[in-house]
Design a protein around this ligand. Structure first.
Ligand code: ATP
Length: 452
């Protein structure tokens, strides 16, 4: 059966359950800009946390950095962004819409949506002009020449300009990496498809510095490691693929680039990019800053400019892929339920604690006590509002993997029901074992029950 998960369903669930909503809504919104609500923030934190776990915590060769968003303007001259971080923009004089020239074959004509821009006799497209995607700002109180600066369009450059600091202060030698997560800003010509292409997004990038002769090997290593990370967190193999760029598609500095693509509802599109950037960045910053960015071995035994392998992704693109992969609708006992089959490590809430009857003070007391115990180590939710079936469905919709229900029998023998989100299996266990059971369940490997 065809997968019926559409972007509209994901947008609607995200909004209905307060994961993500349009920004500045009370002022009429600001196109393609979004704010995250409680569950969205928790989910993003989990995605970032699992990335940091794999990239830093579980390794000995990668360290962290958190650089400024507004860097010295020369950084962006050296990186090539001032000159070359552009997209070709065309306007249609008839419908007044704006398009990226390189995406005309996937765009819709403003008058005839079944056609692409330029395909109808009425289309009147301008010549393409290059449009720089960096947001400009002014540093200091007076808008005067010389104080122009940019919001960073990627986190990578903040890593390169700190190469020397890390080499010396963290006493590293290649191969080693520097990882950074944080907001990046791009004035995209055609943002859209929900969070897939937005103007501000949170990047997670890691620059891995290697001896030039090992670059190809590490490039292959990182493509595989990042692909495996997506499988580890439950994305279906059939929806993931690696696509290597041909020489004509690669950036001028790249010695090799591969996209890890996901089959979004809009079709196969870039989820993460892995690039072999050669020595381009360190060489350019050496030229522009006059500070030598190179590795010198003990007593001068080796001296070279390392090559850089870069896996780069945004939380937004992972968030959408995980939501699409997890979204499911099914009929249970004659009733429809929507369920997010998220990996438990990604799910915003790990368990719900539910007293069967909200008016029963004995049940409430036991449920509150269990909730207060569990929340010391996990994000859990207490809910006593409405019929139990509705409460389960609310938790299913936000992807909560487990629910613990306190009922009449709990008052007699101190056992509770554990309900599992995907299989709907229920079993009883003693209230004293709930904490250990939850820990155990959350640390198990997990694969999605969704079939392709
Ligand atoms: P695209 O070709 O889709 O514009 P890109 O090749 O310019 O992307 P990179 O510069 O390689 O993207 O950025 C690295 C990663 O940052 C991408 O793989 C993607 O995960 C993320 N990313 C880039 N632009 C956006 C955006 N506008 N919104 C959300 N995520 C983005």
């Amino acid at each position: 059966m065809a997968d019926a998960v559409t972007m509209d369903k994901i947008v609607s669930l995200c909004r209905r359950r307060g994961f993500v909503f349009p920004s500045s809504e009370i002022y009429g919104g600001l196109g393609s800009t979004y704010d995250y609500g409680h569950y969205g923030v928790l989910t993003k934190n989990n995605i970032r946390g699992r990335w940091l776990q794999a990239m830093v915590q579980e390794r000995d060769d990668i360290v962290l950095i958190d650089s400024a968003i507004i860097l010295h303007p020369r950084v962006w001259e050296a990186s090539g962004h001032v000159e070359g971080f552009t997209d070709p923009l065309v306007d249609c004089r008839t419908c007044k819409l704006r398009f990226r020239e390189d995406q005309l074959d996937t765009a819709q004509c403003g008058r005839k949506p079944s056609k692409h821009p330029g395909e109808t006799p009425d289309c009147d497209l301008t010549e393409a002009r290059q449009f720089n995607l960096m947001f400009q700002t002014t540093v200091g109180p007076v808008e005067e020449a010389g104080s122009k600066a940019f919001l960073r369009p990627e986190t990578a450059q903040g890593i390169f300009i700190n190469f020397k600091n890390v080499l010396q202060l963290a006493r590293r030698q290649p191969p080693f990496g520097i990882a950074q997560t944080g907001k990046s800003f791009r004035n995209e010509i055609t943002p859209g498809n929900f969070l897939f292409r937005v103007r501000e997004f949170e990047q997670m990038e890691m620059e891995f510095f290697v001896p030039p002769a090992e670059a190809e090997e590490w490039y292959r290593y990182w493509i595989e490691a990042r692909y495996d990370w997506y499988l580890r967190y439950g994305l279906r193999r059939a929806h993931l693929r690696v696509r290597e760029h041909g020489p004509e598609e690669r950036s001028h500095y790249s010695q090799g680039t591969s996209d890890i693509e996901y089959e979004y509802p809009i079709g196969w599109s870039e989820l993460e990019g892995v690039a072999n950037r050669g020595d381009y960045d360190l060489t350019r910053h050496t030229e522009f800053s006059g500070t030598k960015l190179e590795f010198v071995g003990p007593e001068g035994t080796a001296r070279y400019v390392p090559y850089v392998i870069e896996p780069a992704v945004s939380i937004e693109r992972i968030f959408v892929a995980m939501m699409v992969d997890a979204y499911d609708e099914e009929e249970v006992a004659g009733r429809e339920r929507t369920v997010l089959r998220l990996h438990p490590a990604i799910a915003p809430v790990k368990a719900a604690v539910l007293p069967l009857i909200a008016k029963d003070s004995g049940m409430v007391e036991k449920a509150r006590a269990l909730y207060e115990q569990l929340r010391q180590s996990e994000v859990v939710e207490y809910d006593e509002g409405g019929a139990i079936g509705r409460r389960y469905r609310r938790q299913d919709e936000i992807g909560t993997p487990f629910a613990f229900t306190i009922d009449e029998q709990t008052l007699e023998d101190d056992t509770v029901t554990i309900r599992e989100r995907d299989s709907l299996a229920q079993e009883r266990l003693s209230i004293g074992q709930v904490g250990a059971k939850l820990d155990d369940e959350l640390s198990k490997p997990w694969t999605t029950p969704k079939t392709d």
